[in-house]
Design a protein around this ligand. Structure first.
Ligand code: MYA
Length: 456
């Protein structure tokens, strides 16, 4: 087969696997990035900033896992922040202060997601920020902003939150941070401020004797440990159609599409109920057993797990929803969780909000019997979709991470155009499977991914 024919086949295959264009646009928004064509891809030497950082090189063949630079101590790290360009100053966003949360909201609302039509915006809430940025062990100075000196206007932000990573193959546990919400005002783009923000958050984290970080992004940087693809499952197809996310495929009727995505009103699994405080310990034990199947996982203390699953409340959070299955002996056999981050819909006479759920952590005790595992996972996820209807979720998203590839097809998820790359800072790992064929990007059904961590 000639190269051209080969390329054409791949495109056909990808198209057959993909969902309508407008849904793809949604997923691009969510992914904050799109796969680059080979001619757009940069080489290592072109990454002027990243080539100076302790990250694996793009062409590197990893022979053993471990830190890249392990020579420094906190005393080697400067006490003072890096100098900023004239007229700007560093600040710390106090997320206990509603006024400062509003400033962060406004920055992200206007500048985090590129939406050329200005039709959809992330609808962050104070509750979301507090959940996302204040897990146990959070530090004020890790919510780092940049302001205009004269006016005090917030123009850039980056956040670190503590986390513990475990690499199952080498049995290494790494004290780490997750880096998220890097955002620069559109007028300050392409001025090399991002590298300064990254170096400053690195300094602040290093000062706490932490030398590794986990982060994700749509942009390809040196060097992803895995790449996953966005997947989505329309729940309220007719609303998605109304706001322009889903178009009607030829040879289909609206009624046919609605019927295709219809879900029962009641969950199927006996014993399914919202997770409570008393479940934290057994659910964490279940998760730990289950997660041994992935290459990279997150370890939680009970306190951390309580925060991430229940949002510091007894499951009355509007942001994180967690459910368990309790059998007749009182044992927890399964659990799932998802978080809610809606979109504001602008310029639509019928709808002003789109409900979006993102699959978070889940586990089941049936994973050691392959014939039971896949059907169980499928039913569990159907129940997750059913419960999400109660919270006005219109589309349910996940990645090809965890064991999601096992349930995507049966639960009518469709592949999007967005990709998410996973990175570790200052650590080499063996490459991990992202649940898609690395060449064709088609979902690898029936193959577990190596990715057991979920980042917001
Ligand atoms: S991912 C979400 C990122 N945010 C957005 O996409 C929101 C909209 N976009 C923006 O606000 C800006 O475009 C950003 C870049 C801020 C993304 N991660 O200042 P520049 C490199 C890392 O001129 P700008 C998230 O939050 C780029 O390759 N690097 O660019 C996780 C180039 O370097 P090089 C990125 O467009 C963040 C340099 O920046 C990213 O004005 C994890 C250009 O700088 C990106 N997403 O601003 C951060 N995008 O020359 C890393 C571009 O080498 C954390 N670049 O190609 C590392 C761990 C740190 C802690 C370590 C502790 C131990």
């Amino acid at each position: 087969m000639s190269g051209k024919e080969d390329e054409k086949k791949q495109v056909e295959k990808k198209d057959a696997d993909a969902t309508p264009n407008s849904i793809e646009q949604l997923l691009q928004l969510l992914a904050l990035g799109k796969e680059l064509t080979p001619s757009q891809q940069k080489e290592m030497k072109d990454y002027k900033f990243w080539k100076t950082q302790p990250v694996p090189r793009l062409d590197e063949q990893v022979v053993s896992e471990g830190p890249i630079d392990s020579t420094k101590t906190p005393e080697d790290i400067p006490d003072k922040p890096l100098p900023l360009i004239k007229d700007f100053e560093w600040c710390t966003i106090d997320i206990e202060d509603d006024g400062q949360l509003d400033e962060l909201y406004k920055l992200l609302y206007d500048h985090y997601v590129e939406d050329s039509d200005a039709t959809f915006r992330f609808k962050y809430s104070h509750e979301f920020f507090k959940w996302a940025l204040k897990p146990p062990g959070w530090r004020k100075e890790w919510h780092t902003g940049v302001r205009v000196k004269e006016t005090g206007k917030l123009v850039a932000f980056i956040a670190a939150t503590p986390c513990t990573i475990k690499l199952n193959k080498s049995n290494k546990v790494i004290d780490s941070v997750e880096i998220n919400f890097l955002c620069i005002h559109k007028k300050l783009r392409n001025k090399r401020l991002a590298p300064v923000m990254i170096k400053e958050i690195t300094r602040r984290v290093n000062k706490q004797n932490i030398w590794q970080a986990l982060y994700t992004g749509g942009t390809v940087l040196p060097t992803p440990l895995a790449q996953c693809r966005y997947q989505h499952r329309p729940i309220n197809w007719s609303k998605l159609h109304d706001v322009g996310f889903s178009h009607l495929p030829t040879n289909q009727t609206k009624a046919g599409m609605i019927a295709h995505y219809a879900l029962p009103n009641q969950p199927k699994i006996t014993g399914l109920r919202p997770m409570e405080l008393k479940d934290v310990k057994p659910v964490l034990e279940l998760l730990y057993k289950y997660q041994a199947r992935f290459d990279i996982v997150q370890q939680f203390t009970e306190e951390e797990f309580k925060h991430w699953m229940l949002g510091d409340t007894d499951n009355t959070s509007n942001v994180i929803k967690s459910y368990v299955v309790e059998d007749s002996n009182g044992n927890i056999t399964d659990f799932f969780s998802y978080y809610l981050l809606p979109f504001t819909v602008l310029d639509n006479t019928h709808h002003d909000e789109l409900g979006i759920a993102y699959l978070f952590y889940y586990a089941t005790d049936s994973f050691d019997t392959p014939e039971k595992y896949k059907p169980r996972l499928n039913t569990l996820m159907t129940d997750a979709l059913i419960t999400a209807k109660e919270f006005n979720v219109d589309v349910f998203n996940c990645l090809t991470a965890q064991d999601n590839t096992y349930f995507l097809k049966d639960n009518k998820f469709g592949s999007g155009d967005g990709y998410l790359n996973y990175y570790l800072f200052n650590y080499r790992t063996f490459p991990m499977h992202g649940g898609i064929d690395p060449e064709t990007k088609v979902v690898s059904e029936d193959q577990t991914s190596g990715i057991g961590v979920v980042l917001l």
